[in-house]
Design a protein around this ligand. Structure first.
Ligand code: PA5
Length: 446
């Protein structure tokens, strides 16, 4: 596999022996994930998913993407929230030209809706779409989530008004449960092209299902390479792989050792803005999987060097409850060399001839050493470059590590009972039918 894990800068906070003392537990946890004997074992479909994806399925996804793209789309709107949004957003952003939306390209620009309830956001999106060629995917495993359902109600009317009901049906893909939920009923009634989210794959583990694959393919990226990266990482994290060679198990171990030593917050760090949403995906994965029963490492994220000029102060000198995991991309796609300047008024000639990335790498190393000196352990996950294959590797690496880590915390990493509390209150406040008693109760609190 392509990923390298460097824990040296964590070992002055927790010893190598302490980390390797997790060997037996992590190997046992990995077996529990693969043999489906642990907590939440009805949601382990993602463990063997990469190698279970068929040629037929990949071709079908590619055909749908090609059919939609043949409509010369400017925009493809992906409607979904949480696990039905973040995976596609993370991968598309990591692989896209940062300015694709201003440069214009053959591939449609991927925009998202239903990931918030911002009225202005929806209005501005609808206004934009009026003058564009577009199609959409509506994604909801439950098929009943309020945010995407609301956005889809509006955007569906718009797309039908613009293209007519028949053509709108050709431009909508629904990705949902095989049989349950309002979205399934609607999609079947309208005859949309549909994809199934397997029952045993929870939202935050669903990026390698059509939830992620369809938008990523429409965006013009190679879903085969993405899946291949995940497949190879699946093999590299198999139960036959001993702890000493299983990087995901080691990552799960080191973060749990740090947690036990009082480091309660893990900050996922990147040194390229393309990974901003990868961190958002990672935060959902770890936050929803581990934050329960009064336990769990709080997952945070920063974009360096930008945030070194803001959060850098806290990380260097604030409460000593932090550790960092840096995703370091070895080689950028392009080479930009710093030119010589004859006047050198900006005093940068000492950098002349160097690549911008050399400066970035020294910022990374300097930051790791400074933060270590300031009491912040540093873990480094290195990938050769940001392409589909390596992103696929990273996805599976973090997923399987999350499963092992959640079991080490003795929680069920595959449920999310805590996300229901706000929904119940919101429905009560909005006087949703069926919530009469809750409405009465909540109103008495106001
Ligand atoms: O991880 C999860 O299960 C959640 O974040 C869901 O993905 C999110 O709530 C969206 O749910 P659904 O796909 O059912 O609309």
């Amino acid at each position: 596999n392509n990923i390298k894990l460097d824990m040296e800068k964590a070992f002055s906070f927790v010893s190598r022996d302490e980390v390797f003392a997790w060997k037996e537990t992590m190997e046992k946890n990995n077996v529990a994930l693969h043999e489906k004997t642990g907590k939440g074992n009805d949601f382990l479909g993602w463990v063997n998913l990469p190698n279970a994806i068929t040629e037929e399925h990949l071709s079908d996804v590619e055909e749908t993407a090609a059919r939609l793209r043949s409509k010369k789309l400017d925009i493809f709107v992906v409607i979904g929230i949480g696990g039905s949004y973040l995976g596609a957003k993370a991968v598309v952003d990591a692989l896209s030209d940062s300015f694709a939306h201003l440069k214009g390209s053959d591939a449609p620009h991927i925009l998202f809706a239903g990931q918030n309830i911002g009225e202005d956001y929806l209005h501005e999106l609808r206004e934009l779409l009026k003058g564009k060629e577009y199609a959409m995917a509506v994604i909801s495993k439950s098929g009943t989530t309020t945010e995407p359902a609301l956005a889809f109600r509006l955007l569906r009317q718009d797309i039908e008004d613009k293209y007519g009901v028949e053509e709108a049906r050709q431009r909508i893909v629904a990705i949902t449960d095989e049989s349950k939920g309002a979205l399934r009923t609607l999609a079947d009634a309208e005859g949309y092209k549909t994809y199934v989210i397997p029952d045993d794959v929870g939202g935050r583990y669903s990026v390698l299902t059509p939830v992620g694959l369809v938008p990523i393919a429409v965006a013009g990226f190679d879903v085969r390479a993405l899946v291949q990266g995940a497949r190879d990482m699946e093999k590299a994290s198999d139960v036959n792989v001993p702890f000493e060679d299983n990087l995901a198990a080691q990552y799960a171990a080191v973060r749990n050792s740090l947690y036990k030593s009082g480091k309660k917050i893990e900050i996922l760090v990147n040194f390229t803005p393309k990974l901003h949403y990868f961190s958002e995906w990672w935060k959902q994965l770890y936050g929803e999987s581990e934050g329960k029963e009064g336990k769990g490492i709080y997952p945070a994220s920063v974009d360096f060097t930008s945030d070194l000029h803001s959060m850098g102060q806290y990380i260097q000198e604030g409460e000593r409850i932090l550790f960092e995991t840096v995703i370091s991309v070895n080689t950028p796609d392009y080479e930009v060399r710093i030119p010589e300047d004859k006047d050198n008024l900006d005093k940068l000639n000492y950098l002349a001839g160097k690549r911008v990335d050399e400066v970035n790498k020294m910022a990374e190393l300097g930051t790791a050493l400074a933060h270590m000196d300031g009491g912040v352990p540093n873990i480094r996950v290195e990938v050769p470059k940001l392409d589909e294959y390596n992103i696929g590797q990273l996805i599976y690496f973090f997923e399987i590590a999350c499963g092992m880590s959640g079991y080490a915390l003795e929680v069920n990493p595959f449920d999310q009972p805590g996300v229901e509390a706000y929904k119940k209150n919101m429905f009560a406040l909005l006087e949703k039918p069926g919530f009469e008693e809750e409405t009465k109760q909540i109103k008495s609190r106001l």
